[in-house]
Design a protein. Structure first.
Lengths: 253, 422
């Protein structure tokens, strides 16, 4: 193999969407290990406290161009990575390349071609299995609506109760500072879809949720799933079959 | 685990069940019954502190427990930052949430001895808070948890001691690795590695891997170049080492490997000589050596001539050790009362010194005079004449703490504080 030869490469004309993916991951972890396969790019990571988990799936179709012949791990420090990505402007086309001498090349091309080259990291971390969970509640809503509800709750408390019964999804919090309740339903137009197999209710920490809803910048629609005392699953759909999924563990009462 | 770490034999041959762990059977069964009690809701302690020398299986026991009891393991290592904020963000957050797969969880904070030396002093109080708030079992490991600052933490934990693993057991484990790797070995070489590890299984495995270095054979000559390594030894082991040595050199060696300062060592020996030595002639000789060491330490303090320290150390170690006339016997050592008392009375001494400084400044005397001559009189005034006391207190600018100390009686203190407000 030629030293410095390209082993993996993708390009995206919309730099904004890639930036929001990286931002979404960086809410959970400091160092990311992407796995590139011929089918696409993915990542699964857990925050150090094992309370939140993120899963990113970007199939080949998500990218404008995508070349990968064998599986390869792409480990990066997200802080550094984000700083470099911020140097790209909206008109730039973004390309990422991994070369055989274990360097990651980040290329912005517009009129000029600017390229950064950073060493890949060999990231320590156990392999995490995707949790196989069945949920009693399934809801689809505008991510903006959910973000507002979370912001409301965080004025009052450190944790929020999410419950669903019949055709109403309720997001509520109470504490020394008072009480807050946000009621969402298909009838009122605040939910696109709600399916409740069994009335459910669970409590989650707001300092994680506040970070996670920031990913709503990447997607307008959010799918929310949960069951009583089970993790909360938030999926954000990206264009061209890309997806970001978060899992958040429930609080012990 | 990074790809480099996967290649380490300590990871490759890491036990996955309790039976595979060599040594420390008693400690492991003690830990198992505690954690079973915890999951049944009958445990007396919310936390356990596994302590003992490095590389004997403390962390491993917890890791295996997480496999055997199907509990999620949330771990904070010595290499992580462990300020109050970090412990709150990781360990405390984990202790308040269920896991993803399993409803059980174990929270492990490794090598807590390091927390005292870190720059952020909040680490220790974060650990205490962690035990209080956690809904899951909390486990700490430490080499030496006997620093007085750990006292409160120790009282909250089930203390489980781990010992160095016997050399023959280590040889057996090394043989197993060699067979699995297809290495033909000289048993003497394995024995050399095991003896040299002084009960530290991890370092023995690492040494084996270093010495083999990709070859398929291991001879005694391949391992001879390994020297003896210095390791940090907890206070109890230093004492045991000094008392059991049969040569001056061996006794002296123990101070090189310990973190104890010379004056701490003096206190430890002072307290434990009568526990170790029963024979009156042994006592005479040991205390004779120790008192001479003390004389040297006094001279060092006055003259700042630190070259004398080696004489003091020799007297403390070799001198005390050579006092023995009977065979070494195993006894339980105790924590020096003097260090304990000083720790306890620290806040009182602080208040006294602050009062003395105020008197010294306002009355133009030395603070020593203030302590010895003014303070006793102030105490009498403060307990008998509240008006005069209030006057003095406002003149010298005493705070509530100082008034409470001088009166030693809450109702009189209140009266004085009330008068001062007028």
């Amino acid at each position: 193999m030629i030293l410095g030869a390209c082993m993996f490469r993708f390009s995206l004309s919309e730099i904004k969407i890639w930036r929001s993916v990286v931002d979404a991951i960086s809410e959970i972890i400091d160092e990311a290990n992407f796995v590139a396969t011929p089918e696409g790019l993915s990542l699964r990571a857990m925050d150090p406290s094992h309370v939140a988990m993120v899963e990113v799936e970007l199939p080949k179709s998500f990218f404008d161009e995508y070349e990968c012949e064998e599986n390869i791990n792409i480990g990066v420090n997200l802080d550094e990575f984000r700083k470099i990505l911020r140097r790209g402007s909206a008109k730039d086309k973004l390309s990422l390349e991994v070369t055989s001498d274990r360097k990651l090349k980040i290329i912005f091309s517009n009129k000029a071609e600017r390229s950064f080259s950073i060493p890949l990291l060999d990231i320590a971390g156990e392999e995490i299995a995707s949790p196989s969970l069945e949920f009693d509640v399934y809801g689809r809503l505008a991510s903006e609506v959910f973000e507002d509800a979370i912001k409301d709750a965080s004025l009052i408390s450190d944790y929020v109760k999410i419950s669903a019964d019949g055709d109403v999804l309720k997001i509520s919090a109470s504490g020394e500072r008072g009480d807050v309740e946000v009621k969402l339903s298909e009838a009122s137009g605040s939910l696109i879809e709600l399916n409740v197999k069994e009335p459910s209710s669970s409590t989650y920490s707001l300092n994680y949720l506040e970070d996670l809803v920031k990913a709503s910048r990447a997607s307008e629609i959010l799918v929310l799933e949960f069951s009583t005392d089970m993790p909360l699953k938030l999926s954000f759909e990206l264009p061209n079959e890309g997806r970001i999924t978060y899992y958040l563990a429930p609080r012990v009462e | 685990m990074s790809s480099a770490e996967k290649l380490l034999w300590t990871n490759k041959y890491k036990p996955k069940s309790f039976d595979e762990i060599i040594g420390n059977k008693e400690a492991i069964s003690q830990f198992r019954s505690w954690i079973e009690e915890f999951f049944n809701g009958t445990a007396k302690y919310k936390a356990a502190l596994l302590w003992g020398p490095p590389g004997v299986g403390k962390t491993l026991t917890v890791e295996v427990a997480s496999i055997v009891y199907k509990a999620e393991l949330v771990q904070m290592n010595a290499s992580d930052n462990r300020s109050y904020g970090d412990i709150e963000r990781i360990a405390m957050a984990a202790s308040k949430h269920f896991g993803f797969g399993s409803s059980r969880k174990i929270i492990l904070v490794d090598e807590i001895d390091g927390i005292l030396t870190s720059e952020d002093r909040g680490g220790l109080s974060a650990l205490i808070k962690l035990i209080e708030v956690s809904k899951f079992p909390v486990v700490f490991t430490a080499n030496d948890p006997w620093d007085p600052q750990f006292r409160q933490l120790r009282d909250m934990c089930l203390m489980i001691q781990f010992y160095g693993v016997r050399s023959t057991s280590i040889v057996g484990f090394l043989e197993k690795i060699c067979r699995a790797e297809g290495i033909s070995y000289d048993k003497e070489a394995l024995k050399f590695i095991a003896d040299r590890s002084e009960g530290d299984v991890r370092s023995a495995i690492n040494d084996l891997q270093t010495c083999v270095a990709g070859k398929k054979t291991l001879k005694l000559d391949d391992v001879k170049w390994l020297g003896y390594r210095d390791r940090v030894t907890p206070a109890f082991d230093v004492l045991r080492g000094i008392f059991s040595s049969i040569s001056c050199n061996a006794a002296r060696r123990y101070t090189i490997t310990s973190d104890l300062s010379y004056d701490e060592l003096l206190q430890w020996l002072n307290e434990n000589i009568p526990i170790q030595y029963g024979n009156v002639y042994e006592l005479i000789d040991a205390y004779n050596a120790l008192s001479k060491a003390d004389v040297y330490l006094g001279r060092i303090k006055r003259s700042q001539d630190w070259s004398l320290l080696s004489y003091a150390m020799d007297l403390m170690t070799a001198g005390v050790s050579m006092a023995k006339r009977e065979k070494y016997k195993f006894v339980k050592y105790s924590f020096p009362e003097r260090i304990r008392l000083l720790q306890k009375s620290m806040s009182v001494r602080e208040v006294m010194n602050e009062i003395a400084l105020l008197i010294a400044k306002n009355c133009h005397v030395s603070s020593r005079t203030a302590l010895s001559e003014y303070l006793p009189i102030l105490k009498v005034i403060f307990t008998h004449n509240v008006n005069m006391a209030a006057g003095i207190a406002s003149w010298l600018g005493f705070d509530d703490r100082m008034i409470d100390f001088l009166t030693n009686n809450p109702s009189i203190s209140e009266e004085i504080k009330r008068l001062m407000k007028r």
